[in-house]
Design a binder for this molecule. Sequence first.
Ligand code: T46
Length: 167
Amino acid sequence: MNDRIKDVQLLTPNEQMRPEGLIHGVPGGYTTPLSNCRIMYFPKIHDPAGNLTFIEGGNHIPFDIARTYYLYDVPGGSSRGSHAHKGLHQVLIAMSGSFDVVLDDGTHQTRYHLNRSYCGLYICPMIWRRLENFSSGSVCMVLASQTYDEADYIRDYDEFRQAALGK
Ligand code: T46
C-alpha cells in the first residue's frame, strides 16, 4: 500500500469542472465515496508557440507514481475498464481528444467528460469505472500508484458491489 496517499487538492478550486449527473455537493453537505474522485487542474504555461503542462511527483499527484500507461487507437464505439481496483489510486488524463469516464461506488454513478490535457480525473480505490465515447485519435494517459497486479482487480460487478457496500 502506498503510504503517501494524501488528500487531493484542486489546484484551482474556483474552476472545478462539474461532472454530468452531478451528485457531489448535495445540500446539507452529504457526500458519497464518489466525492473522493474529482477533477484536478495541472499547471499550464501559455505560449504563442504552444502550451506546456507539467506534473510533478510529490507535488501535483496525491500518491507516488509507480506506473504510467496509455490507451490509444481505441476504435469508435469501444469501451474500456468495467472493473474496480482494491487498492489502486489513479489519475486519468485526456492527452488528446476526449472520452467519458463513468464512476460507480456501488450506489451512485457520476459521468465525467475529459477533453483537456491540463486536467486529470483522480479515482480512488473501490470505484467501478467504465471509459466510453472515445473520440477519434484520443489518448488516455494514466498515472497509477502501483505496478500492474491482476490480483488488485475486481472484474465482476456483483462481487464489487457486495464488497463496496460491505455485504
Ligand atoms: C483503468 C483504465 C483507464 C498490463 O499488462 N499492464 C498494465 O499496466 C495494464 C493497465 C494492463 N495490462 C494488461 C492486462 C490485460 O491483459 O493489458 C490488458 C488490458 O488491461 P485492462 O483490462 O486493465 O485494460 P483497461 O483499459 O480496460 O483498463 C485500464 C485500467 O486497468 C483501469 O484501471 O482505469 O485502463
